[in-house]
Design a binder for this molecule. Structure first.
Ligand SMILES: Cc1cc2nc3c(=O)[nH]c(=O)nc-3n(C[C@H](O)[C@H](O)[C@H](O)COP(=O)(O)O)c2cc1C
Length: 228
């Protein structure tokens, strides 16, 4: 395969996975390789706002248990460190959001009205969907919007480098709701915010939620070519 075909396939084949094999460990050396190449991401004036905590083994167990406990104790008390979406979300994003949530619920076999089932699914987020490695990403709170763009470039690099090694990922901004658990557990300094988490492992592709066909915008729905 030439490098264009390989790169295109890598980008297309990176899909968010939400079920992993807990008993298939990811060697720490592999995680080091992934982060070592991801650090070549572009960033505004080379400011490189990323900081990553790699959580596995007993630390993963401790953090997932504490995060699930915090969620059960009061889902409404989990505080946003930065806004996710405007409320209410408007067209066309609201329709896309609702279509995605419906597809995910159908794949997981959880109906919208099944509150307990939906709670269980959120708990799986805080278990890293059984992935053996969890990544927690933080950024200095004093940085601005531009640094979030840089962070997105870095996160995509992590996900593609993982895929190139036969691994899969779920990027999870939901982990930013768990800063009260993560901050003391990982020693995250007060001037850092939790931007996101990420599940990293070998995906269980027999699961319907790992085989969703999501509609992606066609080229003419988002690109305008101006040539005169
Ligand atoms: C910044 C960001 C945050 C996300 N946060 C979550 C999350 O908290 N939980 C989750 O299950 N998926 C999360 N996702 C995954 C998206 O739902 C997913 O990328 C989207 O539905 C498109 O699917 P695809 O990645 O398979 O193309 C996030 C994705 C991005 C880029």
């Amino acid at each position: 395969m030439d490098s264009t075909a390989f790169t295109d396939a890598l980008i297309r084949e990176r899909r968010t996975k939400r079920a992993f094999f807990l008993d298939r460990p990811v060697p720490q050396d592999t995680v080091q390789q992934i982060l070592s190449v991801a650090r070549f991401a572009p960033s505004s004036s080379n400011t490189q706002p990323w900081r990553t905590y790699v959580v596995s083994g007993a630390a993963r167990e401790r953090i997932t248990t504490a995060a699930v406990d915090a969620f059960r104790a009061g889902p409404d008390r989990l505080a946003h460190e930065y806004p996710f979406f405007p409320d209410p979300l408007h067209a066309p994003y609201a329709e896309r959001f609702t279509a995605f949530r419906g597809q995910l619920g159908d794949a997981q076999g959880v109906h919208r009205s099944d509150k307990a089932g939906r709670m269980r699914d959120v708990e799986r987020q805080f278990l890293f969907f059984d992935a053996p490695v969890g990544l927690i990403f933080t950024m200095c709170k004093r940085l601005e919007w531009a640094s979030f763009i840089c962070y997105g470039c870095f996160l995509q690099n992590v996900m593609l480098a993982a895929r190139a090694r036969g691994l899969d990922t779920c990027p999870q901004q939901i982990w930013s709701l768990q800063s009260a658990v993560l901050r003391p557990a990982l020693g995250i300094p007060d001037d850092q915010m939790v931007v996101a988490g990420m599940s990293l492992g070998y995906a269980d592709n027999s699961r319907p939620e790992n085989n969703m066909q999501l509609r992606k915008l066609a080229l003419d729905e988002f690109a305008t070519f101006v040539d005169a």
